[in-house]
Design a protein around this ligand. Sequence first.
Ligand SMILES: N[C@@H](CCC(=O)N[C@@H](CS)C(=O)NCC(=O)O)C(=O)O
Length: 206
Amino acid sequence: MLRVLGRVTSINVRKVLWTLDELGETYEREDWGLPLRDPKVPQFLTLNPNGTVPVLIEADGFAMWESNAVMVYLAQTRGRLLPGGGHELGLALQWLGWQSSELNPPWMYAIHALVRKTPGYDDPEKIAESIARWSAKMRILEAELAKGRPFIAGADFSLADIALGLSIHRWFQTPFEHIALPAVSAYYALLRSRPAGRAFMPEGMS
Ligand SMILES: N[C@@H](CCC(=O)N[C@@H](CS)C(=O)NCC(=O)O)C(=O)O
């Protein structure tokens, strides 16, 4: 049986779980990742030397890590959730990469301060700066979605929508005064109308 190692509170783990649900795959999930189970132990580090979640383990024992790569691997091997080629494939890969490399880093300070309440993350200027940089990235997404495509890469739902949906969910679940982003809000509602979207973007879990 296919296995996923990782706590469900992790966005990177939920990217893989949502992908598996959309693909109709059955799998077992094991809670790994702090505070539930420390992944920086030899048993886990042999599977992923970074000591991070998620890790995917196929039924034949093949193991891999790095959430975006896992998503693309699953889509390619199961033949769904990525456009077959052309411009739509380019756009899906572009937005998938942008989610992890551009959209997510700015929120770090704000999430520690406002959601995790991590000691030492209480500087109002740094919180405001984090939110300003995060908002600037969200405006890029707003402008793209306002062009009217239902999904980020075109007419069809793809992996990029999963990754972006989870980041948008975090945006709405983090308590601060949000700028108005009507196209992002409509897209979020569309993604949450999918059963797996609702399951992996629950109220109260950022
Ligand atoms: N680039 C990696 C990042 C993995 C990562 O940083 N995962 C976090 C959770 S989102 C983690 O394992 N943190 C340590 C822990 O949970 O113990 C990926 O996308 O898979």
